[in-house]
Design a protein around this ligand. Structure first.
Ligand SMILES: Nc1nc2c(c(=O)[nH]1)N[C@H]1C(S)=C(S)[C@@H](COP(=O)(O)O)O[C@H]1N2
Ligand SMILES: [Mo]
Length: 480
């Protein structure tokens, strides 16, 4: 490419950055975002192998990574416009603007401000390409302006999200918030607490940011194949809720990961809702539908009797569900992976037949309910404390809903040794464990495995999450 060609590209990229910043800031002042809508579109359409790679690589910053790559790609696309002949630029920019607008208005987002921002960005882009900045100074001004406006937009959105989260919290206590019983293991530096603090609880979903829902307007509807359709407010639900402890586990929780958390939840047993709504005989699936169009469905034969307790959850650790964890309500059946257990941000529970197709099924995931298998994580493997070789090994293990009956560790792939277990707060909750082993100097590997009360022993075969759930042992290396 000629020097001139490169300059044209750079100039168009600078203009693109400025235009994106302007559009995003406009959207943000009205409570929307251009970037978030496109991020969600990507989550909805990229091949599942790409999702898997992204999840594996991005850790807990997947949402930031998605937003960043959306912004970079928009700027790259703007630069690409410089390569088009002049007569095609206007239609191309118009198409970009219309596309961004349409994406914002998709049912997953329904964001008029996002659409406005997209169209505004296209208008600024067109103007900037018509009268491109002259000289490096002009380009820098566009680029710096773009970055500044993007930063301002991000600040605005975060501030509004925080305000919303605060409003949600002030709705008042949800549950007794009784202090957790001790499990007898006391405190061990590095060992996960019995209850995961809400702010440290993993967040996994297809959205860039949690949808904001007005609790005064919100009603849970129960519809479809029921004799008595219901419409319930948050206050109606709170009257019928009970508290329970349980671990929630993402299907992407490969060994050693922190995509699992143990909380004290507050929710209405699904059987109570069924007693009121009276599902018809042909109702074989409970479809949990979220405001963002996401659905997860569950087999009614599992839920109807209450043998497998499921809940419409409205509280977490004594407070309303925070926005990122599904305010105002989510469905949770302990023992089923997060991706199969029920949607956050519920708008509707629909009793349906087997013709229903879930969000993830269309993407290649199994349509069978995925059960959490016994898993354990090593949180602590530390030696020293005055006596070399004496090594404390501790962690958490779960096998919901029946519970953990034992945890074992092995050093350098020798024999499995049982460890001390903390008391069980509830079978569906996680259980902490600890032991001390004497290790000779050198490098050692330590592995742990959980044994479920049903007799199932954690499977050590390394298997990825997709398509039917992960397995393998968490392995930690320690040097004495
Ligand atoms: N509406 C909606 N609900 C959802 C999801 C989602 O993307 N959208 N993700 C599911 C997945 S994959 C998991 S692991 C859990 C995560 O819940 P958490 O973010 O509160 O930990 O929510 C589930 N519910
Ligand atoms: Mo998940």
């Amino acid at each position: 490419m000629s020097v001139n060609g490169k300059r044209r590209l750079m100039r168009a990229a600078a203009v693109g950055l400025g235009a994106l910043g302007a559009g995003e800031l406009l959207a943000a002042t009205r409570g929307g975002s251009v970037i978030d809508g496109i991020g969600r579109l990507l989550a909805d359409i990229v091949p599942v192998q790409v999702v898997e790679t992204m999840v594996a690589r991005s850790g807990r910053y997947d949402k930031e990574a998605t937003r960043g790559s959306v912004a970079v790609n928009i700027v790259a696309a703007s630069a690409g416009l410089a390569l088009l002949p002049e007569r095609l630029r206007t239609p191309a920019v118009a198409a970009l603007g219309a596309g961004a607008g349409a994406v914002a208005l998709r049912s997953a987002n329904r964001s008029v401000p996002g659409a406005l921002g997209g169209v505004a960005a296209a208008a600024v882009l067109r103007a900037g390409l018509r009268r491109p900045p002259t000289g490096i100074g002009g380009e820098l001004l566009w680029a710096a302006g773009g970055v500044g406006m993007l930063a301002a937009a991000e600040t605005l959105i975060r501030r509004e999200d925080q305000r919303y989260a605060e409003r949600v919290r002030r709705i008042g206590p949800m549950g007794s918030h009784t202090p957790m019983a001790e499990d007898g293991l006391g405190t061990e530096p590095g060992l996960s607490p019995l209850i995961t603090k809400t702010g440290r609880f993993y967040v996994a979903d297809v959205n860039s940011r949690p949808p904001r829902i007005d609790p005064k307007q919100w009603r849970l509807t129960i519809s479809g194949k029921v004799a008595h359709p219901l419409r319930l407010s948050l206050a109606d639900l709170a009257e019928q809720a009970v508290e329970f402890d349980a671990v929630m586990v993402c299907v992407h929780n490969t060994p050693g990961q922190h995509r699992a958390g143990n909380a004290r939840w507050f929710g209405v047993p699904l059987t109570t809702l069924f007693d009121h709504a009276m599902p018809e005989a042909g109702a074989t699936r409970l479809v949990t539908r979220a405001v963002d169009g996401y659905t997860i469905s569950l087999p009614m034969e599992l839920l109807r009797t209450g043998e497998l307790p499921g809940y419409l959850v409205i509280g977490m650790n004594g407070e309303p569900l925070p926005p990122e964890h599904g305010f105002p309500a989510r469905v949770f059946v302990p023992g089923i992976y997060g991706q199969y257990t029920g949607a956050k941000w519920i708008s509707e529970l629909e009793l349906a037949d087997d013709s229903h197709v879930d969000y993830w099924w269309k993407r290649g995931w199994t349509n069978q309910t995925l059960w959490v298998t016994p898993q354990s994580r090593i949180d602590v493997a530390s030696s020293g404390n005055g006596s070399p070789g004496k090594t404390t090994v501790a962690g958490v293990a779960w096998a919901p809903p029946q519970g953990v009956s034992g945890v074992e560790i092995r050093v350098d792939e020798t024999d499995w040794l049982p460890v001390e277990l903390g008391a069980e707060s509830a079978p569906a909750a996680w259980r902490r464990w600890r032991t001390v082993v004497d290790l000779p100097p050198g490098t050692h590997t330590i592995q742990s495995r959980a044994i479920g009360r049903s007799g199932e022993v954690q499977d050590g075969t390394d298997r990825p999450s997709f398509p039917s759930g992960p397995s393998g042992f968490h392995t930690v290396t320690i040097i004495i």
